[in-house]
Design a protein around this ligand. Sequence first.
Ligand SMILES: [Zn+2]
Length: 325
Amino acid sequence: MTKINTVLGPISPEDLGLTLVHEHIAAGYPGWECDPLSRPYDRGKMAKVCMRALEPVKSYGLNSIIDATTMDLNRDVDLLKEVSEKLQIHIICCTGRYTEEEGKWAYLKVRSRLKIDDMYTALYEGFLHEITKGIGPSGVKPGVIKVATGLKHISPLEEAVLKAAARASKETGIPIITHTEGGTLGPEQAELLTGEGVNPKSIMIGHMCGNPSLQYQVSVLNNGVQIAFDRFGLESFVSDKVRIAALVGLLGVGYTDRIMLSQDCTGCASGRGGQPPAEVRQTAANSSFFHIFLNIIPALKQAGITDEQIRALLVNNPRRLFIGE
Ligand SMILES: [Zn+2]
C-alpha cells in the first residue's frame, strides 16, 4: 500500500483529495540572501503572509498542495509544517534541484572539479538521503522529486540531475515532477526519464501550458507520462485563454486521465520586497492560489468539460501520480 509523505507525516493516497500539483508556499531566488536590503528572514511572519494567501482556497475544498520549491530555492520545511498544521491542508514538499542557470551549483561544481565526488552520485545520494532519512533535522520526508531544465538545451549537469532523480525514483517509488522552461524540452525530459526506466505514470512533466502547440503536448503524452497545466494566472508568454483552448482540445480527444492543474503561485518571496511596474503586474493580475477555482473551472465548464473530468484533473490524477497507475 503506497503512502504519501507530507510535511506532517505519511498519508494514504485516498486522503489526498482536491490537489494543486505545483505551487510555492514560500520561496526565494538564489542571491536574495546576499542582498543587504533583504528583509531579515522571519519564519513566523512569512508563515502568516502565506496563510493569508492560502486561506481563501480552502473554501473551494482544497485538500492538498505539492510545494515545488527545491532545496536551492530556499525551501523551508519548518514553515511548511506550520502552515500545514494551522490551515489543515496536506503539504507535500520536494527534494530536487532547479535549473543550472538559476539554481545553486557552485559547491557541487567545485567538488566535482576537484574529483571529490562526481555530480551524478552526489545528487543521487542527496535525493536518497532526504527521501529515506528526512530533510535536515526536521525529519520531514519529501513526497516528490523535482527536476528542471533550462531553455531549449539540457546541460550535462541537468542531465545528471534527471538521471540521479530517475534512480532515486525507481528505488523508492517517489514520483518525479519537472520544470520546463519557455515551453521547451517536454518531450526530451519525458524520453530521458522513461529511458532511464522510470514508470511513466510516476512522471509529471510540468509547465506544459507554456507551449500551447497540440503537436508538442501529444509528443510528450506519447511517452506515457502525465503532464501539468500548472501556470494558470501567469500570462506574460501564454494567456489563460490559449491554455484553456489547448486543455479543452486535449480533454476532447481522450487525455482526461493524463493532465493535472496548478498555478505556480508563490505565497511569500524572500528578499527586499518591491513591485514590478504596472505593465508587468498586469500579466499576473489573476495570479493566486484560488484562480483555478474562481475563473478556470467555470471557463472549462462553459466549454463543455464535465464535473467528472474536472475531478479527474484535480483529484484522481494527482492520486494516480503517487500510486504510479
Ligand atoms: Zn514553480
